[in-house]
Structures are given as structure tokens and as C-alpha cells.
Ligand binder design. Structure first.
Ligand code: URA
Length: 252
């Protein structure tokens, strides 16, 4: 599957990195491979060939080249919006199932870029990935009540009573869901749009089941301020404005 990566470089405060680490991080290779490139004289820093792997690179100041390619320091935290396809579980490793991580660049694991929350195996749509642990923690905290919007294909037509039931909080076997917004979707009469601020296991499917509807397809179209705007199976970096919006709703 083709992945679309739109890279937006977020400036980091000036700091140092060992040259072999810098090369390994940028080229997504091992430190050993990076040291080999350095020894072979493939790396220049500020127009001088450097063969010492210990060399300290001043990030965002030194100009480091691999042959003629300028390498740009990776930001400390990275943020990606992924449009998850069906058939993949939201986990990093699983013996029995394909996971979303199978679809993403291998450096996601190396850089600890993880999904924020979960979508079911058969759910499609917006999944945020980041290695910003504090932000991820706040976004999934029930205290924060971040809104998520889903489009569900269901097997019945929703009516005013269903809309009211969602608005008043659907009674489930183990808890009462917080008030949710339900409306018909312009996609078709068997499609409903639902906005919830919780993220419990199978929550949307269970809420529909409570009004006698079976969810045949489920697609997440928004998560807080983020809107799904890329084709299925593709990924893009968040813009700096989107990152700021996430920070703002998390009081960071
Ligand atoms: N609710 C569900 O039932 N499934 C999802 O994947 C997400 C929300």
C-alpha cells in the first residue's frame, strides 16, 4: 500500500547530537551502518568531510550532508494523521492479526511513534500517531472529553426518539454513555453521524445496538480539531497549526 508522507519540519531548540546518531536517525539506518558511512567519508559537516563518529553536531546550525543530500534534524516529537483501512488492529505487534504498524514506515517503531487510542479492526478512519507521550495521555484521558465524530452505516433508519436517546445518554449494560449528538448523514439514509466524547471499547457499536441498529461500517471522520482529509491507507504529518490546536485543547 502506498503511503503519502507530507513532511513538515518543526524547528527544535538548538542542541547537540553525536554524528552517528544524527545520521542513523535521519537515514533510518542503524548506528553501525551510520558509522560505516562516516568512516567511508560520505558525510560532510559544514563542507568538511568528517570521519569521526563522535563528532558533535549542533542541530539546526551545522549543515550535514550525506553525499549531496542535506540532512535535516528530526523534531523531538512527531505527529501524524493516518486514515486507517479495514482489517488492521490498532496495536504495534500481534501474532494473529495484521496491525496498523505493518502499514507505516519502519522508523515509527524505532522512534516510538504510537497510535493515540484505538479503532476496531473493521473500523476505518482517523487515527493520530505521535511519540509525544504527555499529549497522547491527555488526549485519551476521560477527564478531557475530546470529541470524535463517526459515520456509521446501519441497518435501520434513525428517528427522533433515537436522536433523543443519544442526547440524553444511552444506557449500556455497564455504564451510561455521556450525551452524544446523533443525526442522519447526507451520505445516504442508512448512514448516521454520531459525535461522542468518550472512547470506551466498542462504544459506538454498543450505542447503536441499544437503539436496535447494527453497525455495518464505521468510519471516524474527526478527532478533536483534526479532520480526516486524506485517502484511505495514507498518512500525513500534522501541520504546526494542528499541533498547536491539540496542545490548546489539552491545556499544554
Ligand atoms: N466505537 C466503536 O464501536 N468502534 C470503534 O472502532 C470506535 C468507536
Amino acid at each position: 500500500m502506498q503511503l503519502l508522507l507530507i513532511i513538515v519540519v518543526i524547528q527544535e531548540k538548538m542542541k547537540n547530537s553525536r554524528l552517528d546518531k544524527f545520521i542513523a536517525d535521519n537515514l533510518n539506518i542503524t548506528r553501525k551502518q551510520a558509522r560505516s558511512l562516516i568512516c567511508k567519508g560520505n558525510i560532510t559537516v559544514n563542507e568538511t568531510i568528517i570521519t569521526n563518529s563522535n563528532y558533535q553536531v549542533t542541530l539546526n546550525e551545522d549543515r550535514v550532508y550525506f553525499n549531496s543530500e542535506l540532512l535535516i534534524a528530526k523534531p523531538k516529537f512527531q505527529y501524524f494523521l493516518f486514515n486507517k483501512p479495514k482489517g488492521y488492529i490498532t496495536a504495534s505487534k500481534d501474532r494473529a492479526h495484521n496491525t496498523v504498524v505493518d502499514l507505516l514506515p519502519s522508523y515509527f517503531i524505532k522512534d516510538k511513534i504510537m497510535p493515540v487510542g484505538r479503532l476496531d479492526k473493521d473500523t476505518t478512519g482517523l487515527l493520530l500517531f505521535t511519540n509525544d507521550g504527555e499529549l497522547a495521555h491527555r488526549l485519551i484521558s476521560p477527564k478531557r472529553a475530546i470529541y470524535k465524530t463517526y459515520i456509521a452505516k446501519i441497518d435501520k433508519l434513525i428517528n427522533e426518539e433515537d436522536i433523543l436517546t443519544f442526547k440524553n445518554g444511552v444506557e449500556l449494560s455497564d455504564f451510561k454513555a455521556l450525551p452524544a449528538e446523533l443525526k442522519t448523514s447526507e451520505i445516504g439514509e442508512y448512514y448516521a453521524q454520531v459525535k461522542i466524547c468518550e472512547g470506551k471499547f466498542h462504544q459506538v457499536k454498543r450505542m447503536f445496538a441499544a437503539i436496535g441498529a447494527n453497525v455495518e461500517e464505521l468510519d471516524r471522520i474527526s478527532f478533536g480539531p483534526l479532520i480526516k482529509d486524506i485517502p484511505i491507507g495514507t498518512i500525513r504529518e500534522l501541520t504546526s497549526v494542528e499541533v498547536k490546536e491539540l496542545y490548546s485543547i489539552c491545556n499544554m
